[in-house]
Design a protein. Structure first.
Length: 498
């Protein structure tokens, strides 16, 4: 065999075997995790924060296999009848600014299209279509619900029958549209798949003080624009740098209505516009504008926002899930951002999110190869942190990743060093060449690499050499230790000579 091929072909074979061994190892570890998780008790209980129409927060507990049983209690633990608690008020979620280091190469189609309908008869189905780029643009396109034909487009200059040019499209940061409007670039998102357009439009006919579902508030650059899909018009509402997210919500009442009054009172809606340092409330009924400065701890986080009747506001910020619990911080603050009250809650959940350190250990266990753990810790995990907004830069993400993965990475390397020593010893015992290549191979690929090294060839028996007594493999004519020729095996009388 030529010298250049003496190690290339065996190493390629060992790589193939290592990949197969790694795949089998991953399947076995995953199967063990699934089986083990069946023996971990998971209580079917979930706590959440609900709000009464006067803004009073209640803790709702849902129990049972399908959360059939519901109970309510105050923050002090006092029970509240379900009939009273169900007259609730939704608190819209206002998302924080995307991280400066967060990057979007191109959105998938399901995140680039948001569906709406107007209230005409028959209704027109409207879609906001985005280019998918981080500094991309979008436009509205409408289709007749009966004929399925295109009725026109809406750009910055309003309705038009043809596709708007790039300069007439709405500039929208794609980071605000990822995962279906995660960062709140539009006020609402109502996907129409599987619904009858006629029923859908009649059910959403607005009442006094309500914002029609055919009205979309869109953050486009430094502008908040109102797109009326029914009238097919565009109106600029606010122009200001630092627009972050927008939602619609209702202001809390001064008190909870009595049982004799309407069970579900009609509430006036407002447009909630979050900026970097404050929340602006645009009252849809009176046109009044109210502002609430955000306390420092809330400016970089997402939270549920609720405007109270006494001129103050309340925000609920959420902490990650850990060990079957998650934290909720309730802040009551005035228009100047001064916190007048704070409550920290620890609520139960059936979700069990793994900590970053646990994920790093599971990766090291699932694929115990230094090359895999190093690439994950230095490339993929930092990129995920930057893209999700968990870190502002690659260096910051790398420092965070190293802080919780260094121990698992060190243990993986120590195991690989031990296997490399076994590989070196085996190479010397069999008198094989290219020891450095094989030692490096086993170290990089860890346990799967060692399996590929062991099974890439047939290892010869090693009886003692008659001349020097050293155990020598019999896949050659002479002893690798002393160079003496091995004696021919004794004839048995069944040999065939050509």
């Amino acid at each position: 065999m030529p010298k250049r091929n003496a190690v290339v072909q065996p190493v390629l074979l060992a790589v193939s075997l290592a990949i197969g061994a790694g795949a089998v190892w991953i399947v076995v570890v995953t199967w063990c995790q699934i089986i083990g998780s069946q023996f971990i008790p998971r209580p079917d209980v979930y706590d959440s924060v609900d709000y009464q129409v006067d803004g009073t927060p209640l803790i709702r507990t849902r129990e049972g296999r399908h959360y059939y049983a519901e109970t309510y209690r105050t923050l002090d633990g006092e029970s509240v009848p379900s009939e009273e608690a169900r007259r609730g008020l939704p608190a819209p979620r206002l998302y924080g600014p995307p991280s400066g280091g967060m990057r979007v190469a191109r959105l998938e189609w399901h995140a680039r299209m948001l569906g709406y309908t107007d209230l005409r008869e028959p209704p027109t189905l409207w879609y906001f279509v985005h280019t998918g780029r981080q500094r991309g643009r979008g436009y509205f396109v409408g289709y007749d619900s009966e004929t399925k034909s295109c009725v026109g487009y809406i750009g910055q200059d309003g309705f038009r029958p043809d596709l708007p040019p790039a300069e007439d499209c709405f500039p929208v940061d794609a980071r605000r549209l990822g995962y279906q409007n995660t960062y709140g670039a539009v006020s609402h998102f109502d996907y129409l798949a599987g619904r009858q357009p006629q029923w859908y439009s009649r059910a959403l006919r607005p009442g006094p003080g309500e914002i029609a579902k055919s009205t979309v508030h869109l953050i486009s650059g430094d502008r908040l624009v109102e797109v009326d899909l029914e009238e097919r018009t565009v109106r600029e509402v606010v122009t200001s740098p630092g627009l972050v997210s927008v939602k619609t919500g209702c202001r809390a009442l001064g008190e909870v209505p009595s049982e004799e009054e309407e069970r579900f009172p009609r509430l006036a809606e407002s447009v909630l516009l979050r900026m970097v340092d404050r929340v602006v409330v645009l009252d849809a009924l009176s046109g009044e504008r109210r502002e609430y400065q955000l306390p420092g701890p809330l400016r970089s986080r997402f939270f549920d926002f609720l405007e109270l009747a006494d001129g103050t506001a309340m925000a609920a910020a959420f902490d990650p899930v850990a060990h079957g619990h998650y934290g909720v911080s309730l802040h009551w603050f005035d228009s100047s951002g001064v916190v007048v009250r704070r409550e920290d809650l620890r609520l139960r959940t059936t979700e069990r999110h793994q900590s970053p350190a646990t994920k790093a250990w599971l990766l090291a266990l699932s694929l115990p190869a230094p090359i895999a753990t190093v690439v994950e810790a230095t490339v993929f995990e930092p990129r995920r942190l930057v893209r999700s907004g968990g870190a502002s830069s690659y260096s910051d993400a790398l420092a965070k990743t190293w802080s919780y993965s260094w121990l698992s990475l060190t243990m993986t390397c120590l195991v690989a060093i031990g296997l490399s020593w076994v590989c070196r010893r085996r190479q010397r015992e069999h008198g094989e060449g290219w020891t450095g290549v094989w030692v490096a191979f086993v170290f990089l690929f860890g346990v799967p690499g060692f399996a590929g090294y062991l099974f890439h060839r047939t290892w010869a028996a090693r009886p003692a050499c008659p001349a020097c007594g050293e155990e020598a493999p019999r896949d050659r004519e002479s002893c690798f230790a002393c160079g003496a020729d091995f004696p021919e095996p004794a004839r048995k009388g069944i040999e065939v000579f050509a």
